[in-house]
Design a protein around this ligand. Structure first.
Ligand SMILES: [Cu+2]
Length: 144
């Protein structure tokens, strides 16, 4: 009886670790998508891309919701081009380098000039007030 119990415990441990491994199969993707906060599904940090860039945004730990409604645990994405994260509770500016996705969008196409650029995702609440550095993610890309 004891051995049977031990076998079940071992099997469930193996099962859980294999599930965890499957979720984190690609280490690069894991370091982003397994951590709380926003992450880039594409492009990835260090990528070289053409000038028209499809940006896909993900979020872990909070839910995407349209701007205007202030609901705890929700917010929307902001893409900051060649800038930095917005301090907690500060309003995310709205200009051509700070793009709001207030309809709850999770992908967009941007055009950048050739050279090195940074892209920052900033998650903010329904009133565009930043959740701070912890809810931001910056990657470096090269446009050819
Ligand atoms: Cu916003």
């Amino acid at each position: 009886m004891k051995q049977w119990f031990r076998l079940i415990t071992l099997m469930s441990t193996l099962f859980i670790s294999s599930v965890a491994q499957a979720a984190c199969k690609h280490e690069g993707a894991c370091s982003q998508s397994c951590t709380l906060g926003p992450h880039f599904i594409s492009p990835q940090d260090g990528d070289t891309v053409s000038s028209e860039i499809l940006v896909k945004m993900g979020i872990k730990g909070l839910k995407v919701h349209k701007a205007g409604d202030l609901i705890e645990g929700t917010g929307h994405h902001h893409l900051i081009i060649d800038g930095t994260y917005i301090a907690e509770n500060e309003t995310v500016p709205a200009d051509d380098r700070h793009i709001h996705f207030g309809k709850g969008q999770t992908e967009t196409i941007i055009n950048l000039k050739p050279g090195k650029h940074t892209l920052t995702l900033q998650f903010a609440d329904g009133h565009h007030q930043s959740y701070g550095e912890i809810m931001s993610r910056t990657i470096n890309i090269t446009v050819k």
